[in-house]
Design a protein around this ligand. Sequence first.
Ligand code: SAM
Length: 227
Amino acid sequence: METPYTNHIKRDEYEFVYEPAEDTFLLLDALEKDLPYIERLSPQICLEIGSGSGVIITALSKRLRNTLCLATDINPYACQVTRRTSSHNQGYVDVVNTNFTQGLRVRNIDLLLFNPPYVVTDTDELNMLSLKIGDAEENITKNQLVRSWAGGKNGREIIDALFKNLDQMLSRRGVLYLLVLKENQPNVIEQNLNSIGFNVENFMDRKIPGEHLYVLKITRKKGKDDE
Ligand SMILES: C[S@@+](CC[C@H](N)C(=O)[O-])C[C@H]1O[C@@H](n2cnc3c(N)ncnc32)[C@H](O)[C@@H]1O
């Protein structure tokens, strides 16, 4: 998959919006590797939660021309930049400024992507972030970059919040590609997801200085009706 152009993003915009980094590129590489699976799945709806600069969902939207490609981000600046990345690269992405999928009516997502805030931080630090939809602009600019990385206890608070609603979000045949860090304890994530009816595959991993990153591929366990 071609990495979209980002020349339209000015340096100072990265003070407010997450700059594509090793985690972004690992998720892109994993999606590229699994493109044959994704194309066979022929997803009707693809959603990236937390699209940041928009490079991942834009790259996919160019390969999945018959798929409705959506992005959400809690950071309004990220939403603006995602829209621009999509239009500058002739992508097809609709972008909504919301918390997870709250502002969307669509469910039954076939292809779900999330490179979440995964860094281990104090829960208090996470709670102190007052960023909410409709917050005053000064608060947003102060806090939104922290929102890109602060993951709370075990770096898993945002990830776990996603899992609470995963059953309602994913279609029967849906798949979630999730970026996590060794400190998030991928084995605990696997156990937790197994217990609520999902399979977890360690699809790709990469060691970079100071971090061991994983892309987990998460699907529903097959029931009798799926045979
Ligand atoms: C690690 S950055 C990833 C950005 C981009 N997807 C990438 O891979 O470069 C995490 C993104 O998730 C967004 N985010 C954090 N919490 C969110 C939430 N509850 N709902 C939607 N977006 C969220 C952040 O604003 C940030 O843009």
